[in-house]
Write a protein that binds this ligand. Structure first.
Ligand SMILES: [Zn+2]
Ligand SMILES: [Zn+2]
Length: 86
C-alpha cells in the first residue's frame, strides 16, 4: 500500500524554498556565464566575483594567498580569468 503525500503538502514545499526537508532539495543555482540552471551537482563560486559558475566555465588558476604565503589553486570564472589576462 503506497502512501501519497497530500497535494498541498507539495505545494507548500515549493512555495517555501527553505522548507525543512534537510538535504532533500538542494538549493538551485545558476551559472552566470551560460545561464545553466541546476539543482544537482555543484555550482562553484568564483573567488574573484563570487558569482556561481558551472564546472565548464570555471578554471583553476594559481593565485597568491598572503595568509599562507603560498600560491594556491583557486576557482575563477572564465570572465575573470579573461579580465586578468588582458
Ligand atoms: Zn556555465
Ligand atoms: Zn568571476
Amino acid at each position: 500500500m503506497k502512501k501519497k503525500l497530500p497535494p498541498d503538502f507539495k505545494a507548500m514545499c515549493e512555495e517555501n524554498a527553505e522548507c525543512g526537508m534537510d538535504g532533500a532539495r538542494p538549493s538551485p543555482w545558476i551559472c552566470h556565464v551560460c545561464d545553466h540552471k541546476s539543482q544537482t551537482g555543484e555550482g562553484v563560486a568564483c573567488t574573484v566575483c563570487y558569482k556561481t559558475t558551472c564546472g565548464l566555465h570555471l578554471k583553476h588558476v594559481s593565485a597568491y594567498n598572503p595568509a599562507s604565503g603560498l600560491y594556491e589553486l583557486q576557482p575563477v570564472c572564465i570572465f575573470c580569468v579573461g579580465a586578468k589576462l588582458h
